[in-house]
Design a protein around this ligand. Structure first.
Ligand SMILES: CC(C)(COP(=O)(O)OP(=O)(O)OC[C@H]1O[C@@H](n2cnc3c(N)ncnc32)[C@H](O)[C@@H]1OP(=O)(O)O)[C@@H](O)C(=O)NCCC(=O)NCCS
Length: 155
């Protein structure tokens, strides 16, 4: 594999700013682009909601089932641990069975359903999937909500 590798790490201090159309709230953003993989994440939230968020994760079709996504998720979890986050979360289309299966294999659970989160024709629901980190000793972040929420209720 040709691992031409560019890594950009931005540390933003206390400020909020925009980068590639993503609103970034302090701490870290890492964007890897290798021709074949792409991952973006950030840390956000307050108190026990302080968490790492996976904004984007894609592996080029020719390079799938090689363990690359699992490796990238492990990397994001390690960064989130270093930032003393309570959990890592991500949003995924309810129709994306491959990704949902992968996240479940990696220890993530469906925390809640976010109704009509993705715009389209028709709109599509998202699963908010979470995995507790070591700071969340009682794994409270992984107790699923019993009811779906609307996008405007997602903080
Ligand atoms: C989802 C995606 C990122 C997985 O990338 P990947 O590098 O192929 O995943 P990995 O090789 O690390 O797979 C890890 C585990 O996930 C599961 N998995 C991954 N792809 C799978 C598939 N097509 N079918 C069933 N299980 C799968 C397997 O358990 C796999 O472990 P194994 O190969 O030892 O059985 C990739 O398919 C992708 O880019 N899809 C399009 C974009 C996308 O859906 N991103 C996620 C949005 S939230």
């Amino acid at each position: 594999m040709d691992f031409r590798f560019i890594c950009i790490t931005l540390r933003t201090g206390q400020n909020t700013f925009r980068w590639q159309n993503h609103r970034v709230v302090k701490l870290w953003v890492t964007h890897y682009y290798l021709e074949i993989i792409k991952v973006m994440g950030k840390a956000e939230g307050h108190g026990e909601n302080w968490h790492g968020h996976v904004t984007a994760l894609t592996v080029s079709p020719d390079y799938r089932r090689l363990g690359l996504a699992a490796m990238l998720m492990k990397f994001l979890e390690e960064v989130s641990e270093k930032k003393q986050a309570y959990f890592v979360d991500l949003f995924v289309r309810v129709s994306n069975k491959v990704a949902i299966t992968m996240y479940q294999q990696l220890g993530y659970i469906v925390y809640r359903t976010v109704l009509e989160y993705y715009n389209g024709d028709p709109d599509e629901d998202a699963y908010d999937m979470r995995k507790a980190l070591s700071r969340d000793v009682k794994k409270k972040s992984m107790i699923p909500l019993t009811h779906p929420v609307r996008p405007e209720e997602v903080d």
